[in-house]
Design a protein around this ligand. Structure first.
Ligand code: APR
Length: 238
């Protein structure tokens, strides 16, 4: 398992939030099963039909206030790792929910954006946004309706903080991927990049992903059980 001062980068995807009651994207009953990606998750879709796109993300945002939706044992385990591990731990999430931060993770990058924020298309300023968003919503920066969009990275857009992530992948000793199908780039390429730069790579996922075979180690199971177990192993190393 190595020494206790390793530099760890953890990539998470929808699978880590599945047991908290948030749908994944590509399961047979997943989010993309009922929706057209082009209509609700591209800049072109937003330009063509903003109210449809707002409705789609308003529904998702409402889930963040759902009293049944809580961080699960996997989110809590990663927050504990950040608190108690001697080395550096950063979580890079593709998820737009707020479950990592609710569990206590602080060294966290939301590379695909955040449901609980809106962004002005004009000034690019982002705002905490917990209510419904629509075409009449007014941003503080322009005091004008119609400029705000969900703070979400859509298909065809560049994920956030890629330079910083790239550097972290090059510097890490251990790369861990949790609950992601490995179908969406650039995140799907992170493990290979980290591995080429010398990191050990471990995948924790329910099923085989597109990239399972390329990891040094692949552990199958529910995130709520395999993530806490793996974290305890890391913390047990002296
Ligand atoms: N525990 C562990 N893994 C799980 C669990 C669970 N309880 N439930 C599902 N999984 C796994 C699935 O086996 C699958 O491999 O999580 C993965 C989820 O895959 P996707 O639905 O494709 O989600 P993700 O990989 O996060 O999608 C990447 O694509 O749609 C875009 O921008 C969106 O961020 C998203 C990106």
């Amino acid at each position: 398992m190595g020494s206790k001062q390793q530099n760890i980068v953890i990539l998470t995807g929808a699978g880590i939030s599945a047991e908290s009651g948030i749908q994944t994207f590509r399961a047979s009953d997943g989010l993309w099963h009922n929706h057209s990606i082009e209509e609700v998750a591209t800049p072109e879709g937003f330009a063509a039909n903003p109210s449809l796109v707002h409705r789609f993300y308003n529904e998702r945002r409402k889930q963040l206030h759902d009293t049944d939706v809580h961080p699960n044992a996997a989110h809590h385990a990663l927050a504990k790792l950040e608190r108690e591990y001697d080395g550096k731990v950063v979580v890079v999430t593709q998820n737009v929910d707020n479950l990592h931060e609710r569990a206590g993770s602080r060294n966290l990058i939301h590379m695909h954006g955040q449901l609980d924020k809106a962004r002005c298309n004009n000034t690019l300023r982002s705002y905490q946004w917990l209510n419904d968003l629509d075409e009449s919503s007014v941003c503080e920066c322009c005091s004008k309706a119609g400029n705000l969009r969900p703070h979400i990275v859509w298909f065809g857009e560049m994920p956030f903080l890629m330079d910083q992530i790239q550097q972290m992948l090059e510097d890490c000793d251990l790369f861990i991927s949790i609950g992601t199908s490995g179908q969406v780039y650039p995140a799907a390429g992170f493990s290979k990049h980290a591995q080429i730069c010398g990191a050990r790579t471990v995948e924790l996922n329910l099923d085989d992903s597109e990239t399972s075979a390329t990891f040094d180690q692949s552990i199958k199971g529910l995130a709520s059980s395999i993530v806490p177990e793996f974290v305890e192993q890391l913390l047990a190393v002296k």
